[in-house]
Design a protein around this ligand. Structure first.
Ligand code: BGC
Length: 755
């Protein structure tokens, strides 16, 4: 009976596979046929136009593209980035394709990074939720809102691994870990693209910045990167690969060079690795003006040579530089570029447009009434509010200062407590500022007993300086005095400090990532009132806070929270939401420790804190360990972990699985969510392996007193790493497994796994 059932199920499954395989083949055949027919009818200029992405924005390119409308209309450009405004305006631009001979629809591209009108927390903040379902939902909402306006491609996700918080763009990524970065990358791609790119609410994702842009030396934007192939493959490349495997339709070449050759002209990167090894068949677009910048990099003598190099490397589409539209035809005529190269790039662009369904309906069901129905809906805002709650990381909570009592008298202090714009990031260009719930509004909704004051300036605020360019001490003093006055009369102080929007994002690298002096002075004075101080940090990066922590009883990292900033933060402050965020980037104690990351190697002279020996890998004036490690984040409750239990300690063969489990208990007074993290270490291998690497995590929600057994299954896949020959393989022997609440507070067990 059992066998029969199995046979029937197998037959049904095989039939299903056959049908879906055949459908896929038919789709591919139809697509090939359609595009071949179209391309047979295209002039070379029309093909080149498909490789040209213009933009009306005042960018950093050489051709200030005022004439974009004419270019689209005359058919010399086939795609456009950053048309903004009303749905009618965007539609009008997209409709310019109708005036061209073949009426080929445009990629209507935009950087929708963490929301379109409904703005979610910055990606670094979102990643701290470790909640891929939520993250996918935020991208889905962004796609629904963006497609309703007429966009079909977004330049997101940014999956660059980042270990240097001086780099302003750390705000755009998911932090320092390749495993978590890969999981997040997949979720975001799925969110944008949905189940089918053809759907009217799906937009094409563009993975960026390929590659290694996050390793810009010294955290200076656009700077060079240099690393070993092992580091590249082990740590930096996995999230790009994961996003591609998740089906991302496009990828962006980065500004930096990789092994001496700028990514945009790097054939090894864009063709050998991306196409030949990884099998990517989507569109490769350059970053803004990267083609022309090959001259400044010093790998092309002139613009024409830059174009040839980019094309030869495998770059399909030129963003903003308009080098392709200016020089490609001549290069073909001269025989320096083969027409087959143009054909191949053009085909990929057309295939992308076909997959998006643009040839059936270039405007994806254009309806000017639609934005009002799907943008900034109550449901979207609810998700945004949850995202704020889940992205917030509780860094300190002495004497259970938090959560606050809803009846307490609150002094709310900080230059942005009632500022809508400051809740955004530099990548919230389309966000609706008027809908932002400020921190004051959010708190007031739950507790009316709140008074506020600026207390200080942001250091980058022009008001901070007098006409003669000097710091306006008198004005600062006045602000501090006012803040201290209201603080003295309060039960608790909530100080909202950190960075302004102006210092985080692209081209916003910093050499000082501490709290500005005037903020520290204010904090000291607030602390001196004797009232409990809750420090809420707004920032796009980890800050160096060690010296300042003493002036706060509780600290919440709230990142740049977006539309529902105040609502989410208030829920956390008053305990309507118990914080559960965990850091995805290490917080250094001081600037000198950077780059600092949890998955570093042992070195030959590892230093154990407190050891006397001088000749160890250490600083004389600073500890080695960070202020807050990767994976760290507190809760209003506490969680207990049982010792690790292993299903076996001696494993052999590569088909079996090891069960690793722990009992996690809520030992405190609040219901709460814990992210249980599993790390592995391979203590002896053919290459030096990191002290630990995140391999799995599970989120559990527990009521006070509740326990849950959390199981993880390990297979040899989890033991694999890139060996010296760059082969992804595992080596038998002893392994150490760690499970715990962050990368430092962990339990340990070991097992042996033989071939
Ligand atoms: C950024 C990209 C972005 C592009 C288009 C560049 O400056 O590096 O991330 O997608 O501009 O706006």
């Amino acid at each position: 009976m059992k066998t029969n059932l199995r046979t029937i199920l197998l037959a049904v499954f095989s039939l299903f596979c056959f049908i879906s395989c055949t459908t896929e083949k038919t789709h591919q055949n139809e697509k090939d046929e359609f595009i071949t027919k179209l391309m047979n009818n295209m002039f070379v200029e029309e093909k080149i136009a498909q490789l040209n992405l213009v933009t009306p924005s005042a960018g950093t390119g050489p051709f200030k593209t005022k004439r974009v409308v004419e270019k689209l209309q005359e058919g010399s450009a086939g795609n456009i980035l950053s048309v903004m405004g009303s749905v009618e305006r965007i539609h009008k631009t997209a409709s310019l394709a109708d005036s061209t001979r073949l009426k080929i629809p445009f990629f209507m591209a935009l950087d929708i990074i963490h929301g379109y009108k409904t703005i979610f927390p910055i990606p670094l903040g979102l990643s701290c939720s470790w909640d891929t379902v939520l993250i996918e939902k935020t991208a889905r909402i962004a796609a629904i809102e963006g497609t309703a306006m007429g966009y079909n491609q977004t330049y997101s996700p940014m999956v660059d691994i980042t270990r240097d918080p001086r780099w302003g763009r750390v705000m755009e990524g998911a932090g320092e870990d390749p495993y978590l970065g890969s999981v997040v990358a997949r979720a975001v791609v799925k969110g944008y693209q949905g189940d089918d790119l053809n759907d009217e609410t799906s937009m094409m994702a563009c993975v960026k910045h390929f590659g290694l842009y996050g390793a810009s030396e010294a955290g200076r934007d656009y700077n060079t990167t240099d690393m070993s192939r092992l580091t590249m493959f082990q740590y930096y490349l996995p999230p790009y690969k994961a996003a591609i495997d998740a089906g991302a339709g496009s990828i962006m070449s980065s500004f930096n060079d990789v092994d001496g050759v700028p990514a945009t002209a790097n054939k090894w990167l864009l063709t050998d690795l991306l196409r030949d090894e990884w099998g990517f068949d989507g569109v490769v677009v350059s970053d803004y003006n990267c083609v022309q910048e090959l001259i400044a990099h010093g790998v092309a003598a002139d613009y024409k040579e830059a174009v040839k190099k980019a094309m030869d490397a495998g770059l399909d589409m030129d963003m903003a530089s308009e080098g392709y539209s200016t020089f490609l035809k001549n290069l073909v005529n001269e025989g320096a570029i083969k027409i087959e190269q143009i054909d191949q790039a053009c085909r990929r662009v057309l295939e992308g447009k076909y997959d998006l369904g643009l040839f059936e309906d270039p405007y994806k069901n254009y309806n000017p009434e639609k934005p009002a129905k799907v943008i900034l809906t109550e449901e979207n805002k609810e998700v945004a509010k949850l995202a704020v709650c889940k992205s917030i990381v509780l860094l300190k909570n002495d004497n259970n200062t938090l959560p606050l009592n809803k009846n307490s008298k609150i002094a709310l202090i900080g230059p942005s407590v009632d500022d809508q714009f400051e809740m955004f990031s530099m990548w919230s260009q389309t966000g609706d500022r008027q809908s932002v719930i400020t921190i004051l509004d959010g708190i007031r909704k739950l507790n009316e007993n709140v008074v506020c004051a600026d207390g200080t300036f942001f250091t980058d605020d022009p008001d901070y300086l007098k006409n003669d360019g000097r710091f306006d001490e008198a004005e600062q003093f006045k602000k501090e005095k006012e803040a201290v006055e209201i603080a003295t009369k309060s039960d608790v102080i909530v100080a909202v400090l950190g960075e302004s929007i102006a210092v985080s994002g692209e081209a916003r690298s910093m050499t000082d990532i501490s709290l500005p002096g005037c903020q520290v002075e204010l904090l000291k004075k607030l602390k001196a009132t004797g009232k409990p101080v809750v420090l809420v940090l707004l920032s796009g990066r980890p800050l160096t806070l060690e010296d300042n922590l003493q002036y706060a009883d509780a600290v919440l990292e709230a990142w740049r929270p977006g539309t529902m900033a105040g609502a989410g933060l208030a829920d956390v402050l008053f305990g309507d939401y118990n914080p559960s965020g965990k850091l995805t980037m290490t917080f250094p104690r001081s600037l000198g420790q950077i780059p600092i990351y949890y998955n570093h190697k042992h070195t030959g002279r590892p230093y154990i804190e407190g050891e006397k020996s001088a000749f160890k890998s250490r600083y004389l004036d600073e500890k080695n360990d960070p202020l807050f490690p990767f994976g760290f984040g507190m809760s209003y409750t506490s969680f207990g972990y049982s010792p690790i239990s292993l299903s076996d300690t001696l494993m052999s063969g590569n088909t079996i699985q090891l069960d690793v489990s722990v009992d996690v208990s809520n030992t405190g007074d609040y219901a709460g969510e814990e992210t249980v993290q599993l790390y592995l270490n391979d203590p002896v291998a053919s290459v030096a392996r990191p002290v630990k690497e995140l391999k799995k995590f599970r989120k559990v929600f527990l009521q006070p007193g509740e326990s849950q057994r959390v199981h993880f299954k390990l297979s040899v896949e989890d033991l694999k790493f890139y060996n010296y020959e760059l082969k992804w393989d595992w080596e038998p022997g002893k392994f150490i497994v760690y499970v715990g609440t962050n990368s430092e507070e962990i339990q340990k067990a070991s097992f042996v796994w033989n071939r």
